[in-house]
Design a protein around this ligand. Sequence first.
Ligand code: GLU
Length: 314
Amino acid sequence: MLSGLVEPAHPGAVREVLEDVHELVRSLVGQGRVADYIPALAEVEPRRFGLAVATLDGEVTGVGDYRVPFSVQSLAKVFALAAVLGADGDQIWGRVGREPSTHPFNSLVQLEIDRGVPRNPFLNAGALVTTDRLLTLTGDAAGALRGFLRAESGNPALDSDPRVADSELAHGHRNASLAHLIASYGNLENPVPEVLDHYVRGCALSASCADLALAGLFLARGGVGADGTPVLSREATKRLNATMLVCGMYDGAGEFAYRVGLPAKSGVGGGIIAVVPNRCVLCVWSPALDVCGNSVAGVAALEHLTARTGWSVF
Ligand code: GLU
């Protein structure tokens, strides 16, 4: 068992830590509840577990199901925001805040309190605004998001799962309500049905831990993307990571910061992306969730991992 600071550039040492972590969380895998408010997600096997580390040079080390695609759900919100910030600069911050929410990720109450300006871009309401802006900027928000993830992960086969998208659209009354409420405050540029369609297809992208750790590397590289050119400026990357730290883990962000100490984003598919600035990006997947919507085994794995390696921003 390793302890102390582990250099991500040494894949042998990293693999040993990942295997130890996998062992440590084995009894937690499957504990919690798989998201079932989107019926297609309820069919996922709860005992899946994958964990990958992508280092700055684009090397991936992983354990378990780290190459199995899963539904990215809210992990898409990070990439959609990055795409908007990259294309449009800071303008989006006039339409969405960056404070944590004390209400759940799909709360209508929070949006009403905030008078149609979503509290942060990682709430569903905030991501609807980001999607709306991406739609205006590109004419195809879901396509732009898929292109972004394909380019940064290097996986040209990465795609949206139409079954998951259709399942969410058919049961998406709450997101439709959020979009209409935002529109009622004059904070949408495009028609509600179009925004919802693009939002849902973005959430329904399927990608593996390996894909997502690679796709997030620009967040650990001061904004530099897979082809060596900037996805974002260093300053914008700092701000995106900071927003993830305080808002990325639903109403469990404080507990996650305490236990793990990294900027991160969670999705109800059971994935979590966490950024170790200037070192590496981690992605863990295990579908059974805690009451906040965060993967039980995933959070525990990241806690063990940061404790073993010293990979934390603190
Ligand atoms: N598509 C999901 C929804 O809108 C995403 C939620 C999440 O992963 O936080 O409810």
